[in-house]
Design a protein around this ligand. Structure first.
Ligand SMILES: [Cu+2]
Length: 252
């Protein structure tokens, strides 16, 4: 089954606020029952994020203000604002279940999500994390970075991390849509984080696909969010033990 609903791309400002309509952290802690997924009936939602038309040309990143950053790149590094894969799919799209899950308190995994700084570039460019899950920040560069989480729902923070410093651990307690993470030292550095109330989210990689596993049967609204092209939604119904697919299409 494949259904697709196209919506107008939302302006970037909207991205910072999306997700605020989901359950708040406080509500999750005090009222909602613990989530339980019956593995016997859980299914899988998967799909691809397609890109039509010509991929926009991305500017080369200018590392020249810092030779220690520049010398780590033997080949030109393009900005990652829009990355169209060779199979005409779009990378770095955050996918999540927006509506349809039972109202419940989902426990974040014990394992941290990593955000690396390598060659004065954030890696990955877009990441999803659960509310309350640990974000582990690494600095693999010989230079000082100043990580600025420009969150709006969660308290923003701005902290430096010297070369070879210990890993930094952070967490975001409330669900929040895609927000930028910048560096106060290197203006070209930019990544995005989305904080989810539940574990059903993904970020498209070099094949443009996504898979959400262990999803309880139900009718869902699935949201795709891209830093430049904004938000799109689609609906699907997942049967018990089922596999449901949904593709999104962006274009220049
Ligand atoms: Cu930096």
């Amino acid at each position: 089954m494949k259904r697709l609903k196209r919506l107008t791309a939302a302006p970037l400002l909207f991205l910072a606020a999306c997700g605020s309509s989901t359950q708040s952290g406080n509500e999750a802690e005090t009222i909602l029952p613990a989530a339980h997924v019956d593995e016997a009936t859980a299914g899988t939602i998967s799909g691809r994020v397609l890109f039509t038309g010509a991929a926009p040309a991305m500017p080369e990143v200018d590392f020249s203000s810092n030779p220690q950053c520049e010398r780590q790149h033997r080949t030109p590094q393009k900005a990652e604002t829009v990355v169209v894969n060779s199979n005409k799919t779009l990378r770095n799209v955050f996918i999540r279940i927006k509506d349809g899950l039972p109202r419940a308190r989902w426990t974040p995994p014990a394992q941290a999500v990593q955000l690396d700084q390598k060659g004065c570039v954030y890696e990955p460019h877009v990441l999803g994390i659960m509310a309350g899950q640990q974000l582990e920040i690494l600095n693999n560069d010989p230079v000082n970075h100043n990580i600025h989480a420009e969150s709006k729902v969660n308290p923003a923070w701005n902290e430096s991390q010297p070369p070879r410093a210990e890993h930094k651990f952070k967490q975001f307690d409330s669900p929040e849509g895609l927000f930028p993470v910048t560096c106060g030292v290197h203006p070209w550095m930019r990544s995005y984080i989305a904080v989810s109330a539940h574990p059903f989210f993904a970020v498209t990689g070099d094949d443009g696909s996504f898979t959400l596993k262990g999803v309880p049967p139900g009718t869902y609204t699935i949201e795709a969010v891209h830093e430049k092209y904004g938000s799109k939604e689609g609906q699907l119904t997942l049967a018990p033990n089922g596999n449901a697919t949904l593709d999104f299409t962006y274009g220049s």
